[in-house]
Write a protein that binds this ligand. Sequence first.
Ligand code: ASP
Length: 344
Amino acid sequence: MKKSAILLIYTGGTIGMKVDEDLQALTPFDFSQILDEVPELKKFAYRIDSYTFSPLIDSSDVEPSLWVSLADLIERKYDDYDGFVILHGTDTMAYSASALSFMIEGLTKPVIFTGSQLPIGSPRTDGKENLISSVEIAAAKDEDGHALVPEVCICFDSILMRGCRTSKMNADNFRAFRSENLQPLAEAGINIRYNTAIILKPSDWDARPIFRKNLDTRVSILKMHPGITPQIVREILCSSDTRAVIIETYGAGNAPSKEWFLETVKNADAMGKIILNVTQCIAGSVNMDIYATGKCLKDIGVISGYDSTTESALAKLFYLMGVCQDNATVKDLLKLNLRGEISK
Ligand code: ASP
């Protein structure tokens, strides 16, 4: 049987650092030496090639242009590899994984994001386990030779999560990511246990995916909080620079019932803005039918983000607005579950 081939794509972040003995400081690690540095990978008998982005970045510097470059690279190399592992800083990994989830339509191979809280060169690093599990998952196939997880995922601390369902939740411990509204796609213990019932499959394994690289980033996020002023709300909701606004509301999608607030939302809607409601809660869903405060938003034309993460809502808007010029179509598509990002 042909050896599985994995492309390891290195963008930066903590995982790729190791202590330079001369400098006594953390410096980026040369991934062309990956098999020497992580010899455990040799035991897999996979072909593992690497591609390093330049410059390597802390993921706080990630821009949508990186997502376009990643999509472009995966598109160019798609036929040469069975799976892709992307090493990425943890800070914005959930945004990047969400973006790639939407940008690749009809994915038939795994695209696994991973990173670490401690550099791979550090004795207690979580990077090796994260990397090794990610590579194994990226190469895993069923008896028909199809990928076990043909999705964009984040693999971290032995848990495989759907990329567009994940948020960074912890800046200190090894369980940096959570996917509160969806169970893990797999868990790595003594064996890797796949939750095959919820892993998405392409409608046609033989069709080449479509890579959508046109993103419209004219989106802003309004986070509600007690004390927010009419002026701030107006500036964010009615700015001429935005085509869409995500409102991070309270609880099940509730916002203030004050007249100035509802009038501003109405004005933004009348200006043609796409307004999407996601909850600030870590788990659970927007339901604008429960409370009067949510109903008012629904009546104005605010779209429910259901149980979407903010990261995923942002990526979905960038993608849909890049594909469709017409806001009415974007609003209709926002309501659909496109990549397993909402429970609907
Ligand atoms: N600041 C780093 C980054 O996101 C943190 C990490 O990689 O864990 O690039």
